[in-house]
Design a protein around this ligand. Structure first.
Ligand code: GLN
Length: 196
């Protein structure tokens, strides 16, 4: 089977780590900054970073509408942390003017687990990922306040969903790209391959 071409939205955030994790998971991974680059990929990762900055830059680079069109048109997408926020239909506490791509019927709360110095690592059991819990790195992470009927929580921490899937869309509040454990990226690569 040929390796699928998966983009990493490269406006801000931990792009390099996602490119490396995708390559380790068997994908061909490329950075995406322009609409023409977005048009080429079969799936897209939206990295961790700062969702307000990613939102602003996506608007400035003319990428927000193309991103919405592809994600709502059925392209598989995976967002970690800030990327999870970008895939949420609604943010509980957005900065003024903060836009999301949307697609997952959920409401997220930004910085829900506290400040930068309250970042932590925890073992997270993720439905659909075999071989034991994945190490979850939470850095000013959001949690999911509520999910709609179409969205399925895959993992919870402290009583809150921290991994969610809705069809071809996947989101985690934590950063598997920082751990050397590539199972979440493999799950996403398989989701992209399943679309064909
Ligand atoms: N708190 C950040 C935000 O609101 C997310 C942090 C992260 O991606 N590590 O976008």
């Amino acid at each position: 089977m040929t390796a699928p071409l998966i983009g990493v939205l490269a406006l801000q955030g931990d792009v390099r780590e996602h490119l490396a994790a995708l390559a380790a998971a068997g994908a061909r991974a490329v950075p995406v900054r322009r609409p023409e680059e977005l048009a080429e990929v079969s799936g897209l990762v939206i990295p961790g970073g700062e969702s307000t900055t990613i939102s602003k830059l996506a608007t400035a680079f003319g990428l927000l509408e193309p991103l919405r069109a592809r994600v709502h048109g059925g392209m598989p997408a995976y967002g970690s942390c800030a990327g999870m926020i970008m895939l949420a239909d609604k943010i509980l506490d957005p900065r003024s003017g903060q836009e999301t791509i949307g697609g997952i019927d959920m409401i997220v709360r930004r910085n829900a687990f506290g400040r930068q110095n309250e970042s932590f690592e925890a073992e997270v059991e993720v439905a659909g990922v075999t071989g034991g819990p994945v190490p979850g790195v939470f850095i000013r992470a959001p949690w999911v306040e509520s999910v709609g009927a179409a969205a399925e929580p895959l993992a919870t921490y402290d009583g809150h969903p921290v991994a969610v899937r809705q069809g071809r869309l996947l989101a985690t509040a934590f950063h598997p790209e920082l751990t050397g454990d590539h199972r979440v990226h493999r799950l996403f690569t398989e989701m992209v391959l399943a679309v064909g």
